[in-house]
Each structure stands twice: as C-alpha cells, then as structure tokens.
Ligand binder design. Structure first.
Ligand code: FMN
Length: 197
C-alpha cells in the first residue's frame, strides 16, 4: 500500500497585502500535524509569477514543482463569487500533473467564507481529471481571526477549525493513498485514439 504523503499547497492570491499568507501558514502546520509532507506553491514567487503571462520557462518550473505530488490543497479567497484570476491561470497552465490526484479545497472571504470559490473550482478541476475532496475548511472574515504568523487568535474558533481540518485530512489521506495505489497499479493515460482529451 502506498503512502500519499507529498501534498503541494497552492495559494490562490497574489495581491499585495494578501491574507493568503496567514491562512496558508496555518494549513501547512495542520497538514504536518496530520502526517503529510506539504510543500508550499506560491504563485507570487518570482520564479512562478511569469506563469501569469504564460512564460514557458516559468511554466516548466511550475510543472517541476507539481510533478509527482500525491495530491494538492488549494487555499484560496473568493473574488466576485469565484477563484482569483491568477489561480485560474496557474490551474490552466498544466495538464497531466493534475491527473488522478485528489484536491482539497480551503477558502476564505466575507460572510460566505469563500464557499462559492470552492464550488466554482470543483467544476474546473473535474475537467482536469482530479477528485475534489468533499470536506472543506472555510473562514469568514479571516482578517479578524488570524494573526500575522497564521495563528487563529480565538481558542474556541481555533478548536473548531482544527476539528474541521482533522476531518478534511482524514479524507485527503484516504484519497491520496488510494489514488497512489491506483496509479502504481495502472497508469492514468490517454485513450489510445486520442492525443488530447
Ligand atoms: C476583487 C475582489 C473581489 C472580492 N469578492 C468577494 C466575494 O465575492 N465574496 C467574498 O466573500 N469576498 C470577496 N472579496 C473579499 C476577499 O475575499 C478578501 O478581501 C480576502 O482577504 C482576499 O484575499 P487575499 O487578501 O488573500 O487576497 C473580494 C475581494 C476582492 C479584492
């Protein structure tokens, strides 16, 4: 049985002064506590930022960073009831690296906690042959909940978020292990008569 430990955590915002750093820091710590080896992928990283203009070398670096992952966790805000544009560009810039991988979705935003961005992403990510995890973790008004280091300041809220993250991690673990086994047994390839699908 495989252990699908290698999880790439993809941030959704490149906005100056973004809250994304705080939420992503919390998610990284939680995933480590649940036995994963998370690696942070920041679309604002100078090496990856040129992906936004489809720079070929930057896309190659993105593919390298995603290659061989056992799964992904996307940590995203909601912009106008959907995911931010830079995240969509990142998602659209690679293909096979997504295939047959589980993806966990974590959101934040105003009163909705960014849930509409999650639902928008499910439709997009199914086109890329992924499995999105049913369980989610979401934060309404994270600017009131997280300190600069990514700690949740209210203990009661921290406990509730940790419980949600434990359920999320349990499901992510099952899918990451199951799909690692499935890919090892049989490559997830293209149908014979198709170059692209
Ligand atoms: C262009 C834009 C559109 C937004 N639209 C929504 C929205 O539809 N729903 C919502 O809950 N929050 C919305 N927000 C609030 C963001 O979720 C909030 O500002 C969040 O902190 C943005 O994440 P970031 O700071 O990591 O970029 C929007 C923010 C921006 C900048």
């Amino acid at each position: 049985m495989s252990q699908g430990n290698r999880i790439v955590v993809m941030m959704g915002s490149i906005r100056e002064g973004r809250i994304n750093d705080r939420v992503a820091a919390w998610v990284m710590g939680q995933l480590q506590q649940h036995g994963f080896a998370p690696e942070l992928l920041d679309p604002a990283d100078p090496d990856l930022l040129p992906v936004q203009i489809q720079d070929k070398a930057a896309i190659a670096r993105l593919r390298d960073r995603m290659a061989g992952a056992d799964g992904f966790v996307i940590v995203t805000p909601e912009y106008n009831h959907a995911e931010p544009g830079p995240l969509k560009t990142l998602i659209d810039s690679v293909t096979d690296e997504w295939w047959a991988r589980p993806i966990g979705l974590i959101s934040y935003g105003g009163i909705s906690g960014g849930l509409r961005a999650i639902e928008a992403l499910r439709v997009i990510l199914s086109e890329l042959h992924t499995v999105t995890i049913r369980d989610t973790v979401s934060f309404a008004s994270p600017w009131r909940r997280f300190d600069e280091a990514g700690n949740i300041t209210d203990p009661e809220h921290a406990a509730a978020a940790e419980t949600a993250m434990a359920d999320f991690s349990h499901r992510l673990r099952w899918w990451a292990d199951a799909l690692a086994d499935a890919r090892a047994a049989r490559p997830y390839d293209r149908p014979k008569d198709k170059e692209q699908d």
